[in-house]
Design a protein around this ligand. Structure first.
Ligand SMILES: [Zn+2]
Length: 400
């Protein structure tokens, strides 16, 4: 906090902003909720809650809902998120298809599309997304703010200091692309937030999935490769330029299989959707078609796939044991397509991880599968837009 703001008025404004933010986040997470409960659970006094709610009501961010009278008297008025404030767009870019998720402020899904080739060329993507934003702005013009914002999750190194995508191992057209500037030119009136897909996945799981807000969690985003994000109640570890979590490229065999990154023996050559698909569809170019086919084979409980998954678990356990040894997370979430393929394998994976970690680090309930299937990172993009709604940046969130 800048020192200049510590005058009497500045302190007051700052406190007021913090209080509104506090109440906003409480309503985001627990709507519908009464003013009394907000006061009880945040520790803010009733007058502060009333004033903060007033600010949110004036901005049409929240609305009041009346409950029917019961025999025990008049129930309190509940506060909910305004369902017609505007639409939020979350997009996960990946070689396996671009996932586009459109929701209202509460995260209720309005549209959900996977466009297989949209993410392959950066200029084309910016053009198409800008077109899409204009269409939604027109379709939802009767809503208060039209399109509130767009969140974008990227599979490689997005430098949040420069707004440039520096490197994507599977799509080299993206290397060096100034995505932030391109979007600023294309849709200057709509805020766009960028981040790494692993980080977005973790956020999505916390806000919309199965992770607890208080937990220390490692999130493994399993698309073609593997990305890791470390979350604690203090926030998500970002790193110097935002380049965290290249989990797929930790080396587990110095003389092992050659990886796209140029090294040998990277984990994702043994324990990713990409490695699984290459084993089961030899000679084919791996894309969305093969991954969807894998999911069908999973549903049918096919023996060959199950065998390959057992081997994958053995290798993935090595990677996760390394995370546990370094960071000691309470829970480890497996998200995206890899999570969908590993449903039902939580226990053997947990046991294999325990075998590889020191006794006092073991846990019976560490591994869980994302509740959002392949949509975790797109939901995390929705979180970013929501978190910036009040014009505030969370201290840990450098993706604005
Ligand atoms: Zn590698």
């Amino acid at each position: 906090m800048a020192k200049g703001r510590w005058n009497e008025k500045g302190t007051f404004d700052w406190m007021k902003t913090l209080n509104v933010e506090n109440v906003y986040f409480k309503i985001l997470r627990e709507h519908p909720i009464s003013r009394i409960r907000i006061s009880q659970e945040t520790g803010l006094n009733k007058m502060t809650v009333t004033n903060s709610v007033k600010t949110l009501l004036e901005q049409d961010i929240v609305c009041e809902i009346e409950q029917e009278e019961s025999s025990v008297g008049r129930p309190p008025i509940l506060l909910d998120l305004n369902p017609a404030l505007g639409v939020l767009i979350g997009i996960e870019i990946n070689i396996l298809g671009c996932k586009i998720l459109v929701t209202d402020l509460s995260g209720k899904i309005l549209h959900q599309i996977i466009e297989e080739t949209l993410g392959w060329n950066p200029k084309n993507l910016v053009e198409k997304v800008a077109e899409m934003v204009r269409t939604y702005q027109s379709d939802y013009r009767h809503w208060k703010r039209g399109v509130i914002g767009v969140g974008i999750a990227l599979p490689g190194n997005y430098n949040h200091n420069t707004g440039v995508v520096e490197y994507i191992s599977t799509m080299h057209d993206w290397d060096g692309f100034a995505i932030q500037a391109a979007f600023q030119d294309a849709i200057p009136d709509v805020p766009v937030f960028f981040q790494n897909a692993g980080r977005a996945g973790a956020k999505g799981e916390i806000d919309f999935g199965a992770a607890a807000l208080e937990a220390d969690m490692a999130y493994v985003h399993g698309a073609m490769g593997l990305t890791l994000s470390m979350y604690s109640s203090q926030g998500i570890h970002v790193g110097d330029k935002g380049f965290t979590g290249r989990f797929g490229h930790i080396i587990i065999d110095v003389n092992g299989r050659l990886c796209l990154c140029g090294n040998k023996g990277c984990l994702e050559m043994y324990a990713s959707v990409g490695s699984l698909a290459r084993a089961l569809y030899p000679g084919e170019d791996i894309g969305l078609k093969q991954v969807e086919n894998l999911l069908r084979r999973k549903e049918q409980g096919e023996e060959r796939l199950e065998k390959e998954l057992e081997e994958l678990v053995t290798y993935l356990a090595v990677g996760i044991a390394n995370i546990v040894n370094c960071f000691n997370p309470e829970r480890v979430c497996i998200g995206n397509y890899l999570g969908m393929l590993l449903k039902g394998k939580e226990e053997p994976l947990n046991t294999a991880v325990n075998r590889l970690t020191l006794e006092h680090l073991r846990s019976d309930n560490r591994i869980f599968i994302s509740a959002l299937d392949q949509w975790g990172a797109a939901f995390g993009c929705i979180s970013s837009v929501r978190n910036h709604l009040l014009g505030l940046t969370e201290s840990w969130e450098a993706d604005g």
